[in-house]
Design a protein around this ligand. Structure first.
Ligand SMILES: [Zn+2]
Ligand SMILES: [Zn+2]
Length: 131
């Protein structure tokens, strides 16, 4: 599902290339780490999708933040994601899952991106937010 690119602002241009599911981390019931790239301007970012169900919150609460990546960082993460045999397997013990789970627990994405995070935006038409 494509998102709006924060750099060129073209709707539906920011594509999710790979997803790695982590499951529960840092208080969220669901955590997904995604690599995204704009098909228009080649902007690249790491996206973190987190969802919490129940608890004190009514219904479902989620956040979907993007962290702009430099070319080298994007390449580094692409290589790391490739280590994983199955990105949708939460209990996977591969190096990629372990390393990203460590960052997720600390909410530490600055290690990959020095730039300000942005909110992942879907084109208004769809009205439903899901990764
Ligand atoms: Zn763009
Ligand atoms: Zn894995």
């Amino acid at each position: 599902m494509p998102f709006e690119c924060p750099q060129c602002q073209v709707k539906n241009s920011l594509q999710i290339l790979t997803t790695l599911e982590l499951g529960p981390a840092a208080g969220a019931d669901e955590t997904m780490i995604q690599l995204t790239e704009c098909s228009h301007c080649e902007f690249q970012a790491l996206a973190i999708y987190q969802e919490s169900r129940g608890g004190a919150l009514e219904g479902e609460a989620f956040s979907h933040q993007g962290y702009p990546l430099a070319k080298e960082q994007f390449q580094l993460l692409t290589d790391l994601f490739r280590v994983c045999p199955d990105g949708f397997k939460r209990m996977c013990g591969c190096q990629a899952h372990q390393e990203l789970a460590r960052h997720a627990a600390l909410q530490d994405w600055v290690a990959f991106s020095q730039k300000n995070p942005f909110t992942m935006k879907l084109a208004p038409r769809s009205g439903h937010h899901a990764p």
